[in-house]
Ligand binder design. Structure first.
Ligand code: NAD
Length: 243
C-alpha cells in the first residue's frame, strides 16, 4: 500500500538526516501564481505554449515578449505561502540538502531557503545572447511598458534568464541537483506534474533505499514509485508534515 498516512510520513521526515526537495509550479499556486497544467493553468491556451519557446524568441521576438510579459511579468506582489515557509523550516532544522525548483518565481528564497537550485532560471535578469551583458528585469519591464523590445546597448534583443522550451539546462546546476538527490535519504516532491523533462527524471536519480514522498493536487505519472503519496494542497500538507 502506497499511502501509509500522514503520521507515519511525518515520523519518516523527523527521522530523516538529509532531505532533497523537488518543487514545481503547484507550490506557488497558493501564492496566487497560476501553474501550467491545472485546468485553470497557463497552458490551457495552446498559443501560449507555442509562444514561450526558444525558437519563438529568436524568430518572432515581438510575439514572444507579448506572451512572456502577460504570463510572467505582470504578477502582483507575491509572497511565499505556508508551503514555502514549511520547507524553509526544514532547512533551519538542518535536514535539507537542497531544493531543486522548476519555478522561476524566487519564492523559496523569499521564504528564507538558501540552498536552492533554479533549474529553469529566474525572473531577476535578462542576458544579451550576443555580448552576454546582463540587464535587470525591471529595465526589461520598463522598456516593454513603453512598447519597446528590450535591447542591449549592442542592439541585440535581451533574452530573459529563464530556461525556455528548446533551451538546455545549466549543466553545473543539473549535476548539483542530481548530487543532492543521490545524497538524500528522503526525497520530497511537491506541486509538480512531473511531465517536464529532464527535471522529472531527478527523482529517478535518488538512492534506491531512500524514501520518496509525493505531494500533488492531482495524480502524477510517477505516483507508483512513491512510498507516500498525498493528493492535496501543498500549503496545508507541508506544515502538517514538517510541524
Ligand atoms: P505543472 O503546471 O505541469 O504542474 C503543477 C502541478 O501542481 C499540477 O499537477 C497541479 O495539480 C499541482 N498543484 C497545483 N496547485 C497545487 C497545490 N496548491 N498543492 C499541490 N499541488 C498543486 O508545473 P511543473 O511541473 O512545475 O512544470 C511546469 C513548468 O512551468 C516549470 O518548468 C516551471 O518553470 C514553469 N512555471 C513556473 C511557475 C512559477 O515559477 N511559479 C508558474 C507556472 C509555470
Amino acid at each position: 500500500m502506497k499511502e501509509k498516512g500522514l503520521s507515519s510520513c511525518t515520523q519518516r521526515v523527523q527521522e530523516a538526516q538529509r532531505i532533497a526537495v523537488l518543487t514545481g509550479a503547484g507550490i506557488s499556486t497558493e501564492s496566487g501564481i497560476p501553474d501550467f497544467r491545472s485546468p485553470s493553468g497557463l497552458w490551457r491556451n495552446p498559443e501560449v505554449q507555442a509562444a514561450i519557446t526558444r525558437d519563438t524568441f529568436f524568430i518572432r521576438p515581438q510575439h514572444f515578449y507579448r506572451y512572456f510579459k502577460e504570463l510572467f511579468l505582470e504578477w502582483r506582489e507575491v509572497s511565499p505561502n505556508t508551503g514555502h515557509l514549511a520547507l524553509s523550516k526544514l532547512e533551519q532544522m538542518g535536514k535539507v540538502v537542497g531544493i531543486a525548483t522548476q519555478n522561476i518565481d524566487g519564492l523559496h528564497q523569499s521564504a528564507g531557503s538558501s540552498q536552492v537550485i533554479e533549474l529553469h532560471g529566474h525572473l531577476r535578469t535578462a542576458t544579451c545572447p550576443k555580448c552576454k551583458a546582463k540587464e535587470s528585469m525591471e529595465t526589461v519591464k520598463a522598456l516593454l511598458k513603453r512598447s519597446e523590445l528590450p535591447k542591449c546597448s549592442c542592439g541585440t534583443i535581451l533574452k530573459p534568464d529563464v530556461v525556455l522550451f528548446g533551451d538546455p539546462l545549466d549543466m553545473d546546476d543539473w549535476k548539483a541537483a542530481q548530487a543532492w538527490m543521490m545524497k538524500a535519504d528522503v526525497v520530497l516532491c511537491v506541486g509538480t506534474s512531473l511531465t517536464v523533462t529532464p527535471a522529472n527524471s531527478l527523482i529517478l536519480r535518488r538512492r534506491s533505499d531512500s524514501t520518496l514522498i509525493i505531494i500533488n493536487k492531482e495524480p502524477t505519472m510517477y505516483d507508483h514509485l512513491a512510498d507516500f503519496i498525498f493528493h492535496g494542497m501543498a500549503g496545508t500538507l507541508l506544515p502538517k508534515l514538517i510541524g
